[in-house]
Structures are given as structure tokens and as C-alpha cells.
Design a protein around this ligand. Structure first.
Ligand code: ADP
Length: 272
């Protein structure tokens, strides 16, 4: 135990030092051990996430191989093919998110150039509406021409992650409010508020961990990879932004990204 009562791992080495003498060297390896545990957990999680769709896919392929072709109606065949495609797409999404995450982790800061986040948000909104399929009410409050300097593809993925989550975790007829505005201090804030299922207080601090899900079954069935908020947190860090999460279980959530003043600009005067 260290002086502040925390458990520490020490590596103790005994090294010969002169005649009949030894030097005792102790090294604090707590951090190294933590990293190793994180790495092992990550590999276990990825393997698990890949194994499920692969098992389903292999099962369907075996069934199709062993069945005489005439015993399947064309509707059954189509249904099998759709289910196989769904599993393949799940793996594609997972691999795409893993690659994004590893690219983000390998460099600390995103400089880039001014990005019209209003345009990025509007594009993500169109996609979210397709996903919502008319089941939600969207309210928007987006400042036109408000830019943030950074990397557009990264910002787009963070913007869209928060929006798709709002759609996924908000039941039918819920309201999703999307805002992009300048705060009084000159920072710029992108926020997505929903009237969805909400998150219990004890889960909030863990949401941005890779593969952390409050409800595994629900997340998977809605197509989530469990990496969206981890990616969003990295994008935020790389843009000196803060990711805030407020939520009440059963009532809804508010996710926001706040970009510092130094990153904020206005687009050149728009042509009429
Ligand atoms: P997933 O792909 O599972 O959605 P994320 O990293 O995007 O992964 O989110 C992690 C978890 O956070 C989700 O599985 C879900 O439990 C919770 N979550 C994220 N956004 C919301 C939201 N708007 N409302 C309720 N729960 C949410």
C-alpha cells in the first residue's frame, strides 16, 4: 500500500554489488500492470465481438451447404442471405470502428483547418432521420457558419455518434434536440438531448470505455459496436474539446461537445 492507501505493485530486483553485497532495486510497476490488463481485456472483447457474428455466419453457411437446394423456398433463401449479410455488416462496422480508434490513438492532436460544423451536423441529421424512420421528433437550433478548426472526418464521426445514439436509445415518439451555438465565453457547443431511456449515475463515468455498454443486448440489436463513445472521446481530446454527459435514468440524456474559443471561427460571409 502506498502512503495514500492505494494498492501498488512493486518489482523487487536483487543485484550483486561488489563482494558479498547486494543492491535491492524496487520499481513501481502499477501503471504497467494496469496497461497490460487493459490490453488483455481489449483483445478478449474484440475476440468476443467477432466470434458472435462469425458463429452465426458459419452456422447459416453450413445449413445451406447441407440442405438439398430444392428443399428451400426462394423466400427462405433470401431470408438466410439477409441474415448473413447483417452479420457480415456488423463485423465490417466493428473493424471500421477499431481502425478509426487506432488511428485516433496514434496521434495526440488534430490541427486541420476550419470546418463548417453546421454543414457536418446537417448531413448527420439526414442520416439520423433515416435511422429514426419517422419515429422521433427532431428539433434543431444550429448556428449557421459557425466553424471549429480540426479534421472534418473525425468531427463528422463524433457528431454522428452522438446523434445515432440518441435515436437508438430513445423510444418511439421521443424528441431529439440538436444544437450548435456559441456560448457566452466564446466557446462553441454541439449538444444532443434526448427524451430516451437515460443512463443510471453509476454507469455514466464508464460510458466512454471501449466496449462498455449499459445493456449489451439492446446495443447489439440496434447495431452498436460499443466503440462510438470511445471514438467520440478521442476526437474530443484531439480537438481540445470536452465531452459532457448528463443523464437521468428513465428520463433522457444530454451529450455535449464543447470546443474552446481558440478553435472557433466564423465562416466567411455567405453568398446570398
Ligand atoms: P454502442 O455502439 O453500444 O451504442 P457507444 O460507445 O456509442 O456504443 O455507447 C456506449 C453505451 O452508452 C451504449 O451501449 C448505451 O448503453 C449508452 N448510451 C449511449 N448513448 C446513450 C443515450 N443517448 N441514451 C442512453 N444510453 C446511451
Amino acid at each position: 500500500l502506498s502512503s495514500d492507501g492505494k494498492e501498488k505493485s512493486l518489482l523487487i530486483q536483487l543485484t550483486p554489488y561488489g563482494v558479498g553485497q547486494f543492491l535491492i532495486v524496487t520499481r513501481d510497476v502499477t501503471q504497467m500492470e494496469k496497461l497490460e490488463t487493459t490490453r488483455k481485456d481489449f483483445v478478449a472483447n474484440v475476440s468476443h465481438e467477432m466470434r458472435t457474428p462469425l458463429t452465426v455466419l458459419a452456422g447459416f453457411l453450413e445449413t445451406l451447404r447441407d440442405m438439398p437446394p430444392e428443399s428451400l423456398t426462394s423466400e427462405q433463401r433470401e431470408r438466410y442471405q439477409d441474415m448473413m449479410l447483417e452479420q457480415a455488416q456488423r463485423m465490417q462496422a466493428l473493424v471500421a470502428d477499431l481502425l478509426t480508434l487506432s488511428t485516433l490513438e496514434s496521434s495526440p492532436s488534430a490541427q486541420g483547418s476550419p470546418v463548417r460544423l453546421d454543414t457536418v451536423i446537417n448531413t448527420a441529421l439526414q442520416q439520423a432521420k433515416v435511422l429514426s424512420n419517422g419515429q422521433h421528433v427532431f428539433v434543431t437550433n444550429i448556428t449557421e457558419g459557425l466553424c471549429v478548426s480540426g479534421v472534418e472526418t473525425e468531427l463528422a464521426s463524433a457528431v454522428s455518434n452522438l446523434l445515432t445514439n440518441a435515436v437508438r436509445y430513445t423510444p418511439k415518439d421521443g424528441t431529439i434536440t440538436v444544437s450548435w451555438y456559441l456560448t457566452e465565453s466564446g466557446a462553441a457547443c454541439y449538444s444532443v438531448q434526448d427524451t430516451g431511456i437515460g443512463i443510471a449515475a453509476q454507469d455514466i463515468p464508464r460510458l466512454t470505455e471501449r466496449f462498455y455498454r449499459v445493456d449489451r443486448g439492446r446495443s447489439r440489436s440496434t447495431g452498436g459496436t460499443g466503440l462510438g463513445l470511445a471514438i467520440t472521446r478521442h476526437v474530443a481530446m484531439r480537438h481540445d474539446a470536452e465531452l459532457h454527459i448528463q443523464s437521468r435514468y428513465g428520463a433522457g440524456s444530454l451529450f455535449s461537445l464543447e470546443f474552446p474559443k481558440a478553435r472557433v471561427t466564423q465562416a466567411e460571409a455567405q453568398s446570398a
